[in-house]
Structures are given as C-alpha cells and as structure tokens.
Design a protein. Structure first.
Length: 260
C-alpha cells in the first residue's frame, strides 16, 4: 500500500516537472518568435544618449522594452551612454534623431570620476548657456585635462555631487558629455530644476566664438530642443537668470541671433 502511494506521488512530481518544462519551452519559443518577428534586415542603430532609459527608448520607438532587450541580448534594463542599441523594424524615432547625429564624447572617454548620489530629474523644459572663463591657460594643457579639473573643482571646492554642466563645448567644437541628463544640473543658482546646462570652454567676454564652436553650439541646442520640445523662449544666457556676465558678450550675441 505504501509502495503504491509512493509511486503515485512520484508520478505526480514527474507530471508536474514535465508540465513546467513544457510551459517554459513554450514561453521561450514565443519569446524567440517575438524577437525575430520584426524586420531586422536594416535595424535602426541607436546610440544611447545622456539621460536615456530603455523605457524612454521604447516609448520613442515602436518596440517594447522586452523586444529591445531580447533583440540585443540584454540581461537587464541598465544601459550606458555611448552604448549601441539595435532597433529592428524602426526607420525613425519619434524624437531625438538630431541627438543621434551629434558626435558626443562620453564621460568614460574623458575620464570623468564617479559622481556622488543625486536626485533624478523628471524632465527638462529649458536650456541655459554658460562659459567657463577659467580656460585662459588652455594652451598649456589638453581640453580633457581641463574638463577633469572643472569636475574636481565642482566636487571638491563647490561640494557638488558632480560637474555642474550637462554638456561642454571645446575650442575645436568637440561636444563633451558632462553631468548625465538623468539628473538636474548645478549651473544656475535657484534655477536648476528642468534646466539643461551647456558650457563653452573659454572666456567669451574677450574671445569670439570660432565657426566650429558656433556650429556645435547651434547643433546641440537644436537637438536638445527637438528631443525635449523646448522653445526659443526657454533658451537662456546665464546672465538672464542671475547676476553675472556669463556666458560672455560674444556668446550673448550668438544667442540673440539664434533666437531671432
């Protein structure tokens, strides 16, 4: 009798195991089919930008988070700026295509140190342009070394969690990624909420913006406006929001022309 009960229990366990295995196999097959169901002959090559999340990329394309993770073999939803994500069946994003066309030097390339803990942003609706002014000795050191010194100054002297600006533009027009757009910046006193900070490396009270700087500043502003739906009325010079000469008279001239 006991042997018979044991055999029945054993058979139930085997049936349960086989049923679970069949369910898992069916799920894997469905997942595999869903991964391959999109037209992947020419996937959209998407470079992850500052502030991007898989949820945002999903919302901005026709793909679900699960499809993106599946197609790219992602084990979890964490992504890094500069990372390449393939989007099958997508020919154009709903917004942000202009950001994709920019060559941005990411934090890990210029050697940014790890930031301290910060509160996450909840979106952006304005842009403020600055200049650094401390760049008078730039010819004596590289731009990357200067960026590192700006970050150290902001963290060690200002006691901020990271470099204050979201983007910085160098003398040759190179665009550098500063504080990630996952977080609000630290660049306008009492006015950092939803405010993207762009800093020009140099003193533009004395120097004029060269063509490469003007081109990069224009393209970056346009790309951020397109991605975050920011109007010209929400594009500011630092001096318009605080008691300062920043971002310099020559940058001010550029911004007035751009807004007009």
């Amino acid at each position: 009798m006991q042997n018979q009960e044991y055999q029945i229990k054993r058979m139930k366990k085997i049936i349960f195991f086989l049923s679970s295995l069949l369910t898992l196999s069916s799920f894997c097959i469905v997942l595999l089919i869903s991964c391959q169901s999109r037209d992947d002959s020419k996937p959209y090559i998407y470079t992850v930008q500052s502030g991007d999340t898989l949820t945002a990329i999903s919302r901005n394309s026709t793909l679900s988070v699960k499809e993106i993770m599946c197609y790219n073999n992602l084990k979890d939803s964490r992504i890094m700026s500069g990372q390449i994500i393939l989007l099958p069946g997508v020919s154009q994003m709903k917004s942000g295509d202009k950001m994709q066309q920019l060559e941005i030097i990411h934090r890990n390339v210029w050697g940014a140190q790890k930031p301290k803990k910060m509160n996450e942003s909840k979106g952006f609706n304005k842009i403020t342009v600055h200049h650094t002014t401390e760049n008078k000795d730039a010819p004596k050191r590289s731009e990357i070394h200067f960026l590192q010194s700006v970050q150290k100054y902001h963290i060690n002297m200002r006691k901020w969690a990271d470099i204050g600006y979201h983007f910085l533009i160098g003398k040759t027009g190179k665009i550098y990624e500063g504080r990630l757009l996952h977080y609000y910046g630290a660049h306008v006193k009492n006015n950092n909420t939803a405010n993207i900070g762009i800093a020009m490396l140099g003193d533009f009270n004395s120097d004029k913006l060269n063509p490469a700087q003007e081109k990069s500043l224009k393209q970056l502003i346009e790309a951020l406006q397109e991605k975050y739906k920011i109007s010209e009325e929400k594009l500011f010079a630092h001096r318009e929001l605080g008691n300062t000469s920043c971002p310099g008279d020559h940058t001010m001239e550029f911004l007035k022309e751009y807004r007009n």
